[in-house]
Ligand binder design. Structure first.
Ligand SMILES: NC(=O)c1ccc[n+]([C@@H]2O[C@H](COP(=O)([O-])OP(=O)(O)OC[C@H]3O[C@@H](n4cnc5c(N)ncnc54)[C@H](O)[C@@H]3O)[C@@H](O)[C@H]2O)c1
Length: 316
């Protein structure tokens, strides 16, 4: 089996490449930038990498036709801050790029398409608890572009029979986390990582910030599951490890690293956005029931694992 990952040289893509290769699935990444050998985790040497831009439809169709892929996992995208700073680019890549990828899958006869969506499709004052049927009314360009891309994927499924599936991923937490285009939830990783490194950390949101999070390893396994599960009747699934708040994470981290040092300097743009998801109760029952996927980690065991990786006590 062979899978093509767009945006595969990015943070989630590299975790996913390891996950797929561990299951003897061939991996090709398609990304605007070549793999960075210094990135952590690195892109495994056995993954093939093609450099290209998802906004260039013709080139991507050629790549799709050149392999015998059973699925595309579409991660290429611009995240929250990148979309706020340049909404035109956000729409061109997140919506237009997804259209190109869907069209290429259809023309090249690739039967399955897995899309990395986001819980940012929900806006403020969302009703609780949240299932995938909860009305999605995004407030950010990022959330809006991803919601429209999801809708386009469902349209390709209805119209052309493409087996479209999407993960509404919670904010990703992991070691050496980065986002090429600027994430609003980096604090959830950095609170843990900086403490493990013994570095003081000035947090760019306020203590009331909170969000459902997903450990990078749980996210990679969920995307791999979506690409290989025999069926996915609901098509769109929440994927999360649990709810994390800035003050809650600090408490858990200080139990493990008592001398960890934190101060708050809220960014006026980030702080209001980062508070709206603090109370979100995100149901992952559909993924458990239909895909047999559940997180392997809790918030506490995620913190332990991340600290161990950062300290070099286990491979990351
Ligand atoms: N990180 C999160 O918290 C999170 C949460 C939910 C969903 N997602 C989604 O998961 C996907 C991957 O996110 P990530 O955290 O790995 O971000 P990332 O920025 O590390 O990876 C995105 C990759 O897409 C590539 N890319 C951007 N524009 C491109 C283009 N025009 N053509 C080809 N490649 C392009 C980038 O070079 C990068 O390698 C994104 O679509 C993001 O919206 C991320």
């Amino acid at each position: 089996m062979a899978i093509l990952i767009t945006g595969g040289n990015g943070y989630i893509g590299r975790w996913l490449a390891h996950e797929l290769l561990d299951h003897q699935i061939d991996v090709t990444t398609f990304d605007r930038v070549p793999p960075d050998p210094a990135a952590k985790p690195d892109l495994p040497a056995s993954a093939r990498s093609v450099v290209g831009d998802i906004t260039d439809r013709e080139s991507f169709i050629k790549i799709c036709r050149a392999g015998d892929y059973s699925a595309i996992i579409h991660l290429a995208g611009i995240v929250t801050m990148g979309c706020e700073q340049n909404p035109d680019l956000g729409m061109r890549v997140n919506l237009g790029g997804t259209h190109n990828a869907l069209e290429a899958a259809r023309l090249a006869g690739i039967p399955r398409f897995v899309f990395a969506s986001t819980i940012s499709v929900y806006g403020p004052d969302v009703e609780q608890p949240m299932t995938e049927a909860t009305p999605a009314r995004p407030l950010t360009w990022y959330g809006q572009s991803k919601l429209m891309a999801e809708q386009l994927g469902l349209y390709y499924q209805r119209r052309f029979g493409l087996d479209f599936r999407a993960a509404r991923l919670a904010a990703i937490v992991g070691p050496a986390r980065n986002a090429a285009s600027g994430s609003a939830t980096m604090y959830t990783s950095l609170i843990i990582e900086r403490a493990a490194l013994g570095q003081p950390y000035e947090i760019d949101v306020d203590p009331e910030a909170g969000t459902p999070v997903c450990y990078a390893k749980d996210a990679a396994r969920a995307l791999a599951t979506l690409a290989t599960a025999p069926s996915a009747p609901q098509r769109i699934y929440h994927v999360s490890t649990g709810l994390a708040t800035a003050d809650g994470l600090i408490k858990i981290v200080k139990q493990r690293v008592p001398n960890a040092q934190f101060t708050f300097k809220p960014d006026p743009q980030l702080a209001p956005v980062s508070r709206i998801s603090r109370e979100w109760q995100l149901s992952i029952a559909a993924a458990e029931r239909e895909l047999n996927w559940r997180p392997a980690y809790t918030i506490e065991s995620m913190v332990d694992d991340l600290i161990a990786i950062v300290r070099g006590e286990k491979p990351g």
